[in-house]
Design a protein around this ligand. Structure first.
Ligand code: GBH
Length: 504
């Protein structure tokens, strides 16, 4: 982002990419059609007590049948970049690439063709959480080393099928969510929480290796002819120190280490896990061989970042680090099965002899400053943290290929179409405006090399454990009629993209 200082007020670098994002299980529906196999989310969502209101992704937006309409709307709104994900079990029902479901492949071929037709660049995520259930049953999914080879084989097929038109690939969406929520807290599929001192690290380790091998295949077999780029998307809050004390600053840094650097340092740093994690987890943390380190280092052509909120972190005053848990846990109703699993994960924090990832992290979340506003997810609106996080990544890793913000956004309370409009004007536009202003400062004033931004999400969708009522969409979806209606924020984005500047 050299020379950006001269940019006109409110505007972004000339070649900046604006887009919107979705994920397969959250929008597609058609959960058992045309030969699709079950994913771990199909099974998890159908386990009683896991999802608010008993919602699931069986139908949701029915994007599988409304794909053409959705792409057209996206184009009408002026989007030129779209991030979506592929459902592995839709194309390979058993997870095994020898068993192809042609109709599933055909769906993604039609989607990609449709995007290309409208001049929308596809940014394709290989894994946004819907692992074939068959692989979970076969060997415990990501807890097994076998996952590495299966993911590599799956990704190779995707490059082969779609790489002629897809030039931008993301291997995994949010390793931290996958491993911490899926294998530490059990509030995401596959819902494990019985061994949070090991499973979080083991799944993370296999995920990182799977990523590295997938990138290696792409670079060796496809890059030369297909000429695309491939990377990974990490998620992180910004952990702001509770005070200037050394103890609080170290605690906040541990917060960054345990959410972001645990995945970033092996890829953009020295190929190792952060020292704070090695020290805290000891032998519970697997290590990379020299060869694996080499494979991991530099294995991402860009730094994909999903960011939603900021937390105030400090040194624990109590020996139990319960405060480390995500804030949205509070909003899960107490009668829910997933809440029970969360309690399982919390037990080791009270038992001094039982290890836990959360205990290792050793941080306490402090109250937000007075006057802080929260989204309906319970996450603090704290745009300053976005700028700090972008600077943290830029300074620590200087990612070649720059940073692409692959998700940012908010859910608001919109029980009716009218409230969708009202809420948008009071909450949604100010949120995006403030976050984008901070991103712009990071680029223009601080020199962070941010090259793209994707709003989460194109349309309302299935918000995982929280079901369908947490509406993140720029476009409203009526789950009865399946009608799509752009919210005012969608038109705001149209203006933003047309001018490449934040609307006044
Ligand atoms: C993303 O997850 C997902 O990629 C996407 O599928 C999802 O729909 C979207 O975001 C919205 O949730 O510790 O209190 O600050 C992001 C999930 C958001 C999980 C922030 C951890 C921490 C809240 N992360 N959350 S807090």
């Amino acid at each position: 982002a050299k020379g950006t200082k001269k940019l006109a007020k409110n505007s972004f670098p000339e070649d900046f990419d604006w887009g919107c994002a979705t994920a397969s299980y959250q929008i597609e529906g058609a959960h058992d059609e045309d030969g699709k196999g079950k994913s771990i989310w199909d099974v998890f969502a159908h386990t009683p007590g896991t999802i608010v209101n008993g919602d699931n992704g069986d139908v949701v937006c029915d994007h599988y049948h409304k794909m053409e309409e959705d792409v057209k709307l996206m184009s009408d709104l002026g989007f030129k970049n779209y991030r979506f994900s592929l459902s592995w079990p839709r194309m390979f029902p058993t997870g095994d690439v020898k068993n192809v479901n042609e109709k599933g492949v055909d769906f993604y071929n039609r989607l990609i063709d449709e995007l290309v037709k409208y001049g929308i660049r596809p940014l394709c995520t290989l894994y946004h959480w819907d692992l074939p259930q068959a692989l979970q049953d076969k060997y415990g999914g990501m807890l097994s080393r076998e996952f590495v080879n299966d993911f590599k084989a799956y990704s190779e097929k995707c490059f082969e099928f779609f790489g002629d038109r897809v030039k931008d690939w993301i291997t995994f969406n949010e390793p931290s969510c996958i491993c911490v929520l899926g294998f530490g807290l059990g509030m995401h599929a596959p819902g494990k929480a019985d061994n949070p001192g090991e499973d979080v690290y083991l799944s993370s380790h296999h995920l990182l290796l799977a990523h590295a091998h997938s990138v290696d295949v792409y670079r060796k077999k496809f890059k030369k002819t297909q000429r695309g780029v491939i990377g990974i998307t990490l998620n992180s809050e910004w952990w702001e120190p509770a005070s200037d004390s050394a103890a609080d600053r170290q605690a906040a840094l541990r917060g960054m280490n345990f959410t972001l650097d645990i995945y970033a340092q092996p890829i953009w740093g020295d190929g190792e896990y952060p020292k704070s994690i090695r020290d805290a987890a000891g032998t519970r943390l697997p290590r990379f061989s020299l060869k694996e380190k080499k494979l991991l280092q530099g294995s991402s052509d860009f730094f994909g970042l999903n960011h939603y909120s900021t937390r105030i972190g400090g040194a624990p005053k109590l020996s139990i680090a319960l405060q480390t848990l995500p804030r949205e846990i509070k909003t899960l109703t107490s009668g829910m099965g997933s809440y029970g699993r969360v309690l399982n994960a919390i037990k080791p924090m009270i038992n001094p002899f039982q290890p836990s990832y959360f205990k290792d992290m050793d941080i306490v979340s402090y109250p937000d400053p007075p006057g802080t506003e929260y989204t309906t997810m319970g996450w603090a609106v704290a745009p300053y943290g976005f700028r700090k996080l972008l600077n943290y990544i830029q300074k620590l890793y200087k990612p070649p290929g720059g940073i692409i913000v692959t998700e940012n956004g908010l859910a608001t309370n919109e029980p009716s179409p009218e409230s969708a409009k009202a809420d948008t004007n009071t909450t949604r536009i100010p949120f995006f405006k403030a976050y984008l202003e901070e991103m712009r400062k990071a680029i223009v004033e601080d020199g962070a090399d941010v090259r793209g931004y994707y709003a989460w999400s194109f349309m309302d969708n299935f918000e995982w454990s929280f079901g369908n009522d947490k509406r993140f969409g720029l476009v409203r979806v009526d789950y009865e009629t399946l009608e799509r209606t752009p919210k005012p924020i969608a038109h705001w984005f149209t203006k933003l993209m047309a001018k490449n500047a934040i609307p006044k």
